[in-house]
Every structure is written in C-alpha cells, then in structure tokens.
Design a protein around this ligand. Structure first.
Ligand SMILES: [Zn+2]
Length: 143
C-alpha cells in the first residue's frame, strides 16, 4: 500500500510505501516512523499515490508516454530511452524502472553515470514522488 505523507519536521509531502517502517525525508533528512505520519492519501499502486501527490502539491501532471527503443542489452536500452526523454517526470519514470531492471538495486554512482549533472536533484525528486525507495543505506529500487 502506498500513501502520501507529510514530513513531521518540514511538512513537505512525499509518496512512501506504507509497509516500510522507517522513512527519511528527502528534503530535510528527518528520519521518522511511517506510522507516525498523517496519511493524506492511500492506494495499492504507486502511480495513484503520485497522482494524489501532484494534486496535493499542485505540480505538473505526470505523463506516462512510452518511447520505442532498439532491441539491445538492458543498459543500452536504458541509455537510449533516457536520451530521448522529455521532462522530469518521464526521466524519473525511465531512470527508476531502467536502473532497477539493470541493477536490481542501484546506487547514486550508477544514477550519476546516466545523469552526471542532475543526479542529486533527480534522486531527491524520485524519492519524494515515490518512484524509488531506499532499500538499505545508499541503495535504491523502483516502487
Ligand atoms: Zn522534511
């Protein structure tokens, strides 16, 4: 089950997997217990929770467009898809799913290889919007 929660410290909203016990705010770094938060929205799928987050925070709508890709190995496919992305939402979708497909769990360094300039910003945004979650310290996987 996914939910939209507000940080107990800075109050900014993000999507989390409600079955996890602990969560770290990507904005202020506050470590907290998921059950302690007010849940603004609940859904069985992450996409609905993201849509609710978008409505609650008033940011742009998330596009779910698919791009054709050449039939090559998973990493080249990911590189190709990423090069052809437009907009942050599409990038996050491709990165979270693609890196998880290639690595299972991925690190900041692996993200940085594809996105050297904005890796930190994109990782933060993916955490906030529930595209990925941290499985253990420094390791991420798609929701
Ligand atoms: Zn916070």
């Amino acid at each position: 089950m996914f939910g939209v929660i507000g940080c107990i410290n800075c109050n900014r909203k993000r999507v989390v997997d409600l079955s996890t016990k602990k969560s770290t705010c990507p904005y202020c770094g506050t470590h907290s217990t998921v059950a302690d938060h007010q849940v603004y929205f609940k859904s069985t799928d992450a996409a609905s929770a993201r849509a609710a987050l978008t409505q609650l925070t008033g940011s742009a709508e998330i596009s779910e467009k698919k791009k054709p890709s050449p039939d090559t190995d998973p990493y080249s496919t990911l590189e190709y898809e990423y090069e052809h992305c437009h907009g942050l939402e599409e990038k996050m979708e491709v990165l979270s799913k693609g890196l998880t497909r290639v690595y299972g769990e991925f690190t900041y360094e692996e993200l940085e290889k594809l996105e050297p300039k904005n890796a930190e910003k994109i990782l933060k945004a993916m955490l906030v919007q529930g595209y990925v979650h941290e499985t253990k310290y420094g390791r991420y996987t798609a929701n």
